[in-house]
Design a protein around this ligand. Structure first.
Ligand code: ADP
Length: 436
């Protein structure tokens, strides 16, 4: 393993893994730190492993403990550099968890540095220009506006009201100083960045926010940080790392075993994109109204076993054409349900029902499963007992096919986990075509 990654949430981990695969690294994503057989399987024939944690909004000490455990496991598996993957909008609170986790990881890596790496300094950059995240003079822009003017300022858990990442990072660091590597330095290339790092180290800084406004900047930063034991970044920096190890984009890195089994879609996302995808599936010749089953949260709340009904409906229909089981609904319908049940109860009821449907479909022979919705994906992956995912070819930006061997299907399951707003309108039918 060349690169060991620790991601602070599930879909962020997939985003990073997808970028690594696209740039030529064979990559596995694990759900938490794997144990036993899953641990050995995760390490076989890979260039990078991404450990997905749920540590972004956990109490700081829990986030630190989880991240250190992941770091130990990745190091034991041979990782030469640790990539702490944070959100591209730097989601965190003034108490953490980016600063505390970064300091803990740097502490661990400094005590026992990977061969050939320099401990004690890390660059920090959430930039991902392809997705509209750029950093200039240490300030994070989301599209055309500063982070603090973006909708992120109203985030329910991690409101981001300061776009100055040097200040944000510094406020979260207990023991270290954070500096800045400005764009005019990055524009002069990797050697100039290395010199700036040396100067910052001499001044006593252990971290530096690095500007990046285009992909070329990310390549320079990846090169300049090649011998650092730790990097703290969004998924963007990953585009520059594989080439440093002689790897180039290739179909080989994204190669998955051949797909088998029947096809199904489980959709719990209510985003605008997913609503359009459900409508398109129902209108599509490969889909159709007789191949779509709606889950009504109010009937779930009334105690009806819609999981059993959905599975009984689906079983005789399973074949090479996909079936769709969905709770996806328009905003007014969701609001009406939430007014009656409360948002949390409605969400949990639907997630549990769809997760049981996903597990039941796989038991019934589905080998190619598409799940729409971030939370819905988490619930389905858990219900299926999936511990590791091999990342395959990208279907649409940010959504790759993955391969797992859960207990219910040891011969192999192809999974695509689509977060709400991702994917083209014909995603639910087109995605299967890309598997061949
Ligand atoms: P996204 O990625 O679009 O945010 P998520 O799966 O993360 O999708 O979140 C959607 C949430 O909405 C889930 O908790 C899901 O259970 C819930 N949900 C799905 N359908 C309905 C519905 N018809 N009414 C109320 N809540 C719903």
């Amino acid at each position: 393993m060349i690169l060991g990654c620790i991601a602070d949430d599930f879909t962020g981990a997939t985003d990073l893994a997808n970028n690594l695969v696209r740039a030529g690294m064979r990559t596995v994503q694990t759900i938490g730190v794997p144990e036993g057989d899953a641990a050995a399987a995760a390490l076989a024939g890979v260039d990078a492993v991404v450990v997905a944690l749920k540590s972004r909004t956990a109490p700081a000490d829990e986030a630190v403990a989880q991240s250190l455990a992941a770091c130990r496991w990745l190091r034991a598996g041979g990782a030469r550099q640790i990539y702490f993957k944070v959100c591209s909008t730097f989601d965190s609170t003034p108490r953490g968890n980016i600063g505390p986790v970064a300091e803990a990881l740097m502490g661990a890596l400094s005590q026992d540095p990977p061969a050939g790496t320099a401990p004690g300094f890390a660059i920090v950059t959430p930039a991902f220009p392809e997705n509209g995240r750029t950093v200039y003079k240490g300030h994070l822009f989301v599209g055309d506006v500063l982070l603090s003017d973006s909708p992120m300022r109203h985030h329910p858990l991690t409101p981001m009201t300061d776009a100055n990442l040097v200040r944000v990072t510094q406020a979260q660091l207990a023991h270290s100083r954070c500096g800045l590597i400005e764009h005019r330095t990055v524009a002069r290339g990797a050697q100039a960045v290395r010199e700036r790092i040396a100067a910052l180290r001499a001044e006593g800084a252990a971290y530096a926010v690095a500007d990046a406004v285009g992909d070329a900047d990310l390549h320079v930063l990846a090169q300049a940080s090649q011998d650092l034991a730790l990097v703290v970044a969004g998924s963007g920096l990953a585009i520059g790392i594989p080439a440093l190890h002689g790897l180039a984009p290739s179909a080989q890195a994204a190669l998955l075993p051949a797909a088998t089994g029947e096809r199904a879609v489980v959709s719990g996302s209510c985003s605008a994109a997913t609503n359009a995808q459900v409508a398109a599936f129902i209108a599509h010749p490969e889909g159709g109204p007789d191949r779509a089953f709606a889950i009504d949260p109010l009937r779930l709340a009334a105690g009806e076993d819609l999981t059993a009904q959905a599975l009984a409906w689906a079983r005789p229909r399973l074949d090479a054409r996909p079936v769709l089981v969905y709770a996806t609904a328009a905003p007014e319908a969701v609001k009406a349900v939430q007014a009656q049940l409360g948002a949390e109860r409605a969400g949990a009821l639907v997630e549990q029902a769809l997760a049981r449907v996903a597990a039941g479909l796989v038991e019934a022979g589905v080998g190619q499963l598409l799940v729409a919705g971030g939370e819905t994906s988490g619930a389905c992956v858990q219900a299926l007992g999936v511990r590791t995912l091999r990342i395959g070819p990208q279907i649409d930006p940010g959504v790759p096919w993955c391969h797992a061997t859960p207990p219910a299907r040891p011969t192999g399951l192809h999974l695509a986990l689509k977060s709400g707003n991702f994917g083209g309108v014909d995603f639910f039918t087109r995605a299967f075509g890309t598997l061949g």
